[in-house]
Design a protein around this ligand. Structure first.
Ligand code: 13P
Ligand code: G3H
Length: 354
């Protein structure tokens, strides 16, 4: 099957009331684990690559890994998505690389650190939407900054994300602004700030409504019912993997993620894309640490990468099942990007704003 656009996958998810996890990929083991889980559960797939992934693997390796996934699993619709494109140029290069979906993260300036203003975010996002839609490629925008409602600290990780303390208003997306932003930019999907952040250190205690504002999702969805909401920083930081890592020489400390039940609640109210990276990193690290501790004489990377793949696959299967993604791949007939471009040109995919 050819790569499909994220808009097609998320429209299907909205129509049938489920969500799609978007897993970050950097290497073959992650891609294989996700695809095996998707094949076993009949789930459509979003594979997303950050600028960091491109730096790590290199553009040709990354592109071919994702194309290999689509070739090896022709029955599974795969979207190749650029995560956190920090400028129009990054996204244009992604489209040139065959990405079927991009993210213009105009909530931050091009340095990926400094919170931007409204006019900048609208201008860069609209520019990317005009170019991408002409190619049938979908666009995710972001309004608000990821960060902790517990501490007010912005969610910087690996050089991406704002730094330091932010005003509470920046950490929670405003429903009126979301409606205006979507009207002006015509994005297909909108990443919102509700108290989640990238990485393993999201919450110091299991989160409650004051630090994880799931109720805000309902208010935003009511204003922009056909724009798909995206939850970034949605790893659940599994306590069993945390324990395995720490029992085998790791030192991650006490920390909590976004409970799967809260994500499922979000999915009931318009969340269609759920970004997950840290959970797969933890499953891989825990598996490798455990294998190394139990098998000190082994040195073939395939020996410890196999359990790493199995650990990641377990997380993927659990999320596909919990989010209702399972059972839907076979129901999706691919729409070509050419067709998507025509639909955008006719205005058939324009956002509805209440
Ligand atoms: O949002 C993410 C990528 O954009 C990943 O979030 P996590 O760090 O919670 O996995
Ligand atoms: O966007 C956040 C993801 O966790 C990607 O992280 P990365 O930039 O280290 O690949």
């Amino acid at each position: 099957m050819p790569l499909v656009s994220m808009r097609q996958l998320l429209d299907h998810a909205a129509e049938h009331g489920y969500g799609v996890p978007a897993f970050n990929v950097n290497n073959m083991e992650q891609v294989k684990a996700i695809m095996e889980a998707a094949a076993e559960t009949d789930s459509p797939v979003i594979l997303q690559a950050s600028a960091g992934a491109r730096k790590y693997a290199g553009e040709p390796f990354l592109r071919h890994l994702i194309l290999a996934a689509a070739e090896a699993y022709p029955q599974i619709p795969v979207c190749m998505h650029q995560d956190h494109g920090t400028s129009p140029a990054v996204n244009i290069r992604a489209i040139q690389s065959a990405f079927s979906s991009v993210m213009m993260d105009g909530s931050l300036l091009e340095d990926g650190k400094t919170p931007s203003d409204w006019d900048y975010n609208v201008a860069v996002t609209r520019k990317v939407v005009d170019l991408a839609h002409a190619c049938g490629v979908s666009v995710e925008g972001e309004l608000g900054c990821l960060g902790s409602l517990e501490t007010g600290m912005a969610g910087e990780e690996d050089g991406i994300g704002a730094e330091g303390k932010l005003d509470h208003s920046k950490l929670l997306t405003d429903p009126d602004e979301a409606a205006e932003f979507v009207k002006l930019t015509k994005v297909d999907a909108l990443a919102i700030a509700i108290g989640t952040s990238h990485g393993a250190y999201k919450f110091t205690r299991p989160p409650t409504g004051d630090v994880l504002a799931i109720s805000r999702i309902k208010e935003i969805h009511a204003r922009i019912p056909n724009t798909h909401l995206v939850m970034h920083g949605s790893s659940s930081v599994p306590q069993d993997w945390l324990k395995i890592i720490n029992e085998n020489g790791g030192d991650l400390g006490e920390t909590y993620g976004v409970p799967v039940a809260e994500i499922v609640e979000g999915i009931k109210h318009g969340v269609r894309k759920v970004n997950i990276d840290t959970d797969l990193r933890m499953a891989a690290t825990g598996s490798i640490r455990k294998y190394m501790a139990e098998n000190p004489k082994k040195f073939d990377p395939r020996d410890y990468l196999k359990p790493a793949m199995a650990g990641m696959k377990g997380i993927c299967k659990a999320r596909y099942e919990a989010f209702g993604t399972a059972g839907n791949a076979s129901k999706i007939k691919p729409i070509s990007l050419e067709d998507m471009a025509n639909r955008y040109a006719k205005g058939d995919l324009d956002p509805k704003v209440n």
